[in-house]
Every structure is written in structure tokens, then in C-alpha cells.
Design a binder for this molecule. Structure first.
Ligand SMILES: NC(=O)c1ccc[n+]([C@@H]2O[C@H](COP(=O)([O-])OP(=O)(O)OC[C@H]3O[C@@H](n4cnc5c(N)ncnc54)[C@H](OP(=O)(O)O)[C@@H]3O)[C@@H](O)[C@H]2O)c1
Length: 263
């Protein structure tokens, strides 16, 4: 089945890998991000009908324009992936108002704008799939220097769950899913507000590739579920965290979970 799929943050990293994966499957794509040349390059690699829409997801009007562009080109939308996001490298006591505003704008309000733009369309059609790309740090905030990013992703997890609860009885044909990657080898760490911890090159555990994460999201589109960790080890780690937060943090600060700054 050919679907029309909107992806934000499609110019690089996970979003670009997802676009290429879904393009190979023959889906029609609408790719959004701020950098047009990179979007055009990804679109050329998709091998399928693709619309590029320059979008700053921090601006509600841009996200609404993205929906309009998708509907104008393809007539309807089946799947909307709120993937755009950005990290931060700043301890809680060092956070400025601007830091917090940026983290909330790019990681939380962006997805809210996406949800509010597309879900009424899904409601009219009685079907659709909304996917929010969060982070394992939105479930377990064990990397302290990601601070306001962790907070924004926790808030995103909550809004995603609440939207799903709002729709489950009235619109059973609409799926709402949360994706929580662990460490993924993209430019995420380099693009974080405040840069890479210590100012050096990104280090730490290798993590998954963007292609591996894209494959998980593509499978989610075929078989919708409420939540998915892209790293199979994450569910057990979350269970241990919520079983005894103090013990988990003590172990983390002893170094076992800190290296590399997962995102
Ligand atoms: N990499 C990881 O380790 C990791 C782990 C867990 C979760 N995640 C989540 O996965 C998602 C994708 O991250 P990634 O690893 O692919 O990061 P990335 O390589 O830095 O790519 C980020 C993407 O988001 C776009 N973007 C950033 N700010 C934007 C804005 N204001 N408006 C529109 N687009 C914007 C960027 O495009 P432009 O610069 O062209 O706008 C780019 O396409 C994020 O939500 C991130 O939080 C990543």
C-alpha cells in the first residue's frame, strides 16, 4: 500500500534515513527542514514522488504551511512523523531562559504544532498515524547535561500519551505512536546547543545507525503500536530505573551509564 508520509527533520540523520527507507518502499513523501539544498539532495535519493517544504518547526505558521503543501500535492496525508529535534549540553544550574525556550520550541512545541495541524485531517478521514520521535532520555533522564532536552522530551512523551488517550474511543482508526531511540550515530551531538561535552569530538558508545532506527520506524508504520524503543536494551534499563531511581543514579554517576552522552 502506497502511503503519503510527512517527515520533519528530513534533511539529515534519522529523518533523512527514514525518507530513503520509505522511498525505497514506494511511499509518497513530504520532506521538511530548514536547509533546502540538503532536503533536495535527500529527495533525489528517495526515488519516489517527493515534495520538499522548507520549514522551521518552531513556527506554527510554517508547520501549518507544511500541511497545506502536503495536501495540495497529494490530496491527503496518511502518516505524519514529528522527527525534528535538537539537543543541549548544559547543566541545570547553567540553563538560561533562552536555552529552555529553544529546547521547548524545537522538541515539544514543534510536535504540538504538528499534532494540531494534522490530527483534524485524520479525524475527518477516520484514519491516520501520528508518530512523535522522542528519546530514551524522555523516559529515563540519566544524562544530566542534556537537562532541558530531557525535560522537553519528557513533556513530549506526556502529550503523545494524552493525545492517544483522547482519540482512542472516538477515532479508533487513528494511531498515535512514540519512538524512543537511544544513542544514534548522527550529527545530533555536534548540533546540540552548547556543543559537544568538553568541546571535543563526539565520543562514547557507538549506538545505532540512523538506518537501523529508520527501519524500526518503517516497521511501526506497518504495524502501529503505542510506543517503541529502537534499542532492544532500553526497556530493561527503563524498568531498572523506575524500580529504584536512587540506586540507578548512583550507578550512573559511578560512570557506568555516563560515557558518550546519549541523546
Ligand atoms: N541521534 C541521537 O542519538 C538521538 C537519540 C534519541 C533521539 N533522537 C531524536 O531523533 C530526532 C532526529 O535527530 P537526529 O539524530 O537525526 O539529529 P540531526 O542529525 O541533528 O538532525 C536533526 C534534523 O532536525 C532538523 N531540524 C532541527 N531544527 C529544526 C527546526 N527548527 N526546524 C526544522 N527542522 C529542524 C534538521 O534539519 P535543518 O537543520 O535543515 O533544519 C535535521 O534534519 C530528534 O528528535 C532527536 O531528538 C536522536
Amino acid at each position: 500500500m502506497t502511503r503519503t508520509i510527512v517527515i520533519t527533520g528530513a534533511s539529515a540523520g534519522i529523518g533523512a534515513a527514514l525518507a530513503r527507507h520509505l522511498g525505497r518502499q514506494g511511499h509518497q513523501l513530504v520532506l521538511a527542514a530548514r536547509r533546502e539544498p540538503e532536503l533536495e539532495r535527500v529527495a533525489a535519493e528517495c526515488g519516489t514522488a517527493t515534495e520538499v517544504v522548507v520549514t522551521d518547526v518552531r513556527r506554527r505558521a510554517h508547520v501549518e504551511r507544511l500541511r497545506e503543501a502536503a495536501l495540495r500535492r497529494f490530496g491527503h496525508v496518511d502518516v505524519w512523523v514529528n522527527n525534528a529535534g535538537r539537543g543541549i549540553t548544559r547543566a541545570v544550574l547553567d540553563l538560561s531562559d533562552e536555552d529552555v525556550d529553544e529546547m521547548m520550541a524545537v522538541n515539544l512545541k514543534s510536535a504540538l504544532y504538528g499534532m494540531q495541524a494534522i490530527v483534524p485531517h485524520f479525524q475527518e478521514r477516520g484514519e491516520g498515524h501520528l508518530i512523535n520521535v522522542s528519546s530514551f532520555l524522555g523516559r529515563v533522564p540519566f544524562v544530566a547535561f542534556r537537562s532541558a532536552y530531557n525535560a522537553a522530551k519528557h513533556a513530549l512523551n506526556a502529550l503523545t500519551a494524552n493525545l492517544r488517550m483522547d482519540l482512542c474511543n472516538s477515532h479508533p482508526g487513528i494511531h498515535v505512536s512514540l519512538v524512543m531511540p537511544g544513542v544514534v550515530r548522527t550529527e545530533f551531538a555536534a548540533n546540540a546547543l552548547g556543543g559537544v561535552p568538553g568541546g571535543g569530538p563526539p565520543g562514547g558508545p557507538p549506538g545505532q545507525t540512523a538506518e537501523e532506527v529508520a527501519a524500526v520506524i518503517a516497521a511501526l508504520i506497518e504495524h502501529p503500536v503505542a510506543e517503541v524503543y529502537t534499542n532492544p536494551a532500553s526497556a530493561e534499563m527503563a524498568r531498572r530505573y523506575y524500580q529504584d531511581v536512587g540506586a540507578f543514579e548512583a550507578q550512573s554517576s559511578a560512570g557506568s551509564h555516563r560515557a558518550g552522552g546519549p541523546s
